[in-house]
Every structure is written in structure tokens, then in C-alpha cells.
Design a protein around this ligand. Sequence first.
Ligand code: FMN
Length: 360
Amino acid sequence: MVENKWINALNVRYPIIQAPMAGGITTTELICEAANNGCLGMIAAGYLTPEALAAQIDEVKEGTTQPFGVNVFVPSAFRTSQKEIDHTLQQLEPIYQQLKVENREVIIPDYQQLFAVYNEHIETIIQKDVKICSFTFGLPASDIIQRLKKENIILIATATTVKEAIAAEKAGMDAVVVQGSEAGGHRGHFMDSVEESSIGLMSLLPQVVDQVSIPVIAAGGIMDGRGLAAALCLGAEAVQMGTAFLTCVESGAPAIHKEAIMSAGEDEVILTKSFSGKWARGISNTFTQEMKKYQDNLPSFPVQNALTQPMRKAASQMNNKEYMSLWSGQSPRLTKNTKVKTLIELTIQEAGEVVSNIND
Ligand SMILES: Cc1cc2nc3c(=O)[nH]c(=O)nc-3n(C[C@H](O)[C@H](O)[C@H](O)COP(=O)(O)O)c2cc1C
């Protein structure tokens, strides 16, 4: 494989980062298997309480001596009103009735609280001596960057455009994940609209590489050795793979979610705001179709996320994939339901073959 100074400096064998996937997908077992088999394992702090994050860090430390990191959501201000909430609940009411959801208790998030949790996540990362911290949905404020840098923590931003990657470098980030439009889950854009920030990785990656001097990590649609080799050829130092790990045996995604991805075609994977109020990529289902007409007037993230939470929970308990968020990148046909170790071994072996074919 290609000699890779940055990834060597992290003490990781392979240039692969297991994507942090909030919502219970990146279990401790998955993270430890990724780390123990040569990748950088990542904890997803996004929806965790600070206590749950601290507990998972302890568990991961018990399961591996290899490097791992924590990913946090950078909160941004949002507005909502009781009128907007009532209006959306009315739109959701027929679905709640159909699914016979009894417990519809919704806790409307408060920005101050979200910000307090974010600060506690940062403190937990420092206290627990985590060496790598990545961010999505924005860049951390300069006081947080300074605080983490003082502790020698390696900082990784997420960017969806050249402009965002340059801003990440200027802010002092040590590396940047470049998220192509293929990527599963929420879009990490934080400067421009989703249309302006949804660029295919093949175009975006080399343009970012030409414009920044920090290491670039490629994300979006990378499922195997072909994707890894292609990303390295385009100038990435490493890749971040999400959907490929999501369908692995050790992932916490419900079986019905894994099956939905494994039986989907690339043309069934869409961008939707319906579940959370933030654009995200997943498999089209009845809910995303029914909500299309409301899409332009939904409450922002994380308010819409809170309003659909009882529905998603009930649908998951009933194994009803039509009302679950089936996050997936655009390469569902390339997924396998293997163990993490096998996924990594196959990816590295295949990338090696692809590269040696180029040399022949
Ligand atoms: C289910 C799911 C949850 C995700 N959650 C996070 C997250 O918490 N933080 C983050 O930075 N990225 C998150 N991502 C995005 C990944 O970091 C990455 O950009 C994406 O998975 C790459 O595309 P791929 O899924 O085609 O590999 C998530 C992706 C998925 C599929």
C-alpha cells in the first residue's frame, strides 16, 4: 500500500477510519473490532449524554489498546415556535394513529442545553484522555480549538466544499474529512445550501487536496478496496467508511435497516429532511415520500428529529422499515454482511491488487 505519513503518525496500520455513526450504530464492539484490526475506531457522541459518552470511552479502552477517537456534533442556533410544533404534529398525527403509537412524549430541544451538552462532551474527551476528536455540522469555536490543542488532541473537521475545507485549515484543524454527496447519514455542510454543498467525491476530493495543506480524508460511497485505492489516487491520506461498517455483524443498526440497504439499488437512495430537519441521505420509504410535500416548511434540526422520535422508535420496534430512518450512502449494492475484520481484510487486499495492477 501507499506509504502514508499522517496515518503512521496516528499509529494506525491502515488508512481507514471507521465512520462515527450516531444513534447506536457504532457499538463498542464495532469500534474495538475496527481498532484491533488496523483502522481508526470512532465513537459517535452525537446523541449521547456526557455520562454515556464517558461510559463508552471506558468500554472502548477496555476493548482495545489501539488508537480511537470521538466525534461530536457542533451545535448551531435554531428557532422554533409552539405554532410550528403543533402544525408539524398535526401532519404526523395520521402516521402516529396508523402505527398506534401510545407514548408520544416529545422533549423539544433547547439550544442552551444542547450547547451545554456539547461543552460537556469536550470536557469528557479531555478528562478521559482521548487523543483524537472529530467534528461535524460546523467548526468548533476558537476557544474550544485552543483548549483541545493545549491537550495535544488531534482535531479533524468535516467539510463538503473547498471553501469549508479552507476554513477548517484556517481554524487550526489538523485534518479534514471531505464528505462527498454520496455519503450516508446527515450532510455536514455548514456554509452554503445543501445544493451548493452536494458535490460528488471524485470532483471534490482532488480540488480540496489542491487547496489545503492539511491531510484530507475521503468520505462518501467508499465500500471496498477499489474505493480506497481511488481515494488515495485522488490525493486522500485516508478514507472514512460509514455504510460499509453499518451492515457489518457488529454494528448496532437494526437487522431490518441492514437488510434494507443490502437489497436496495443506488437509485433508491435519496436526500431527505423529513426525519430530522437536516438534510441526510438514506433509502426512500413511505415516510420520505409522504413528507415530500412538507419538506420546505419543516422545523429545523434537532426539533424535527425530536418530533419524529416516537414514530421512529415505534416503527423500529414493529420492524416497520417504512417509517424508520434508513440512512445509507449511494453504494448500497456494494454492502456485505461480514464481520468487521473480514471487511477490513478484503478492503486492504483488494486495494493492494488494484494498485499493483496500475504498476503492471
Ligand atoms: C447511519 C449514519 C450515521 C452517521 N453519523 C455520523 C456522525 O454521528 N458523525 C459524523 O461525523 N458523521 C456521521 N455519518 C457520516 C459519516 O461520517 C460519513 O460521512 C459517511 O458515512 C460516508 O459515506 P458512506 O456511508 O457512503 O461510507 C453518518 C453516516 C451514517 C450512514
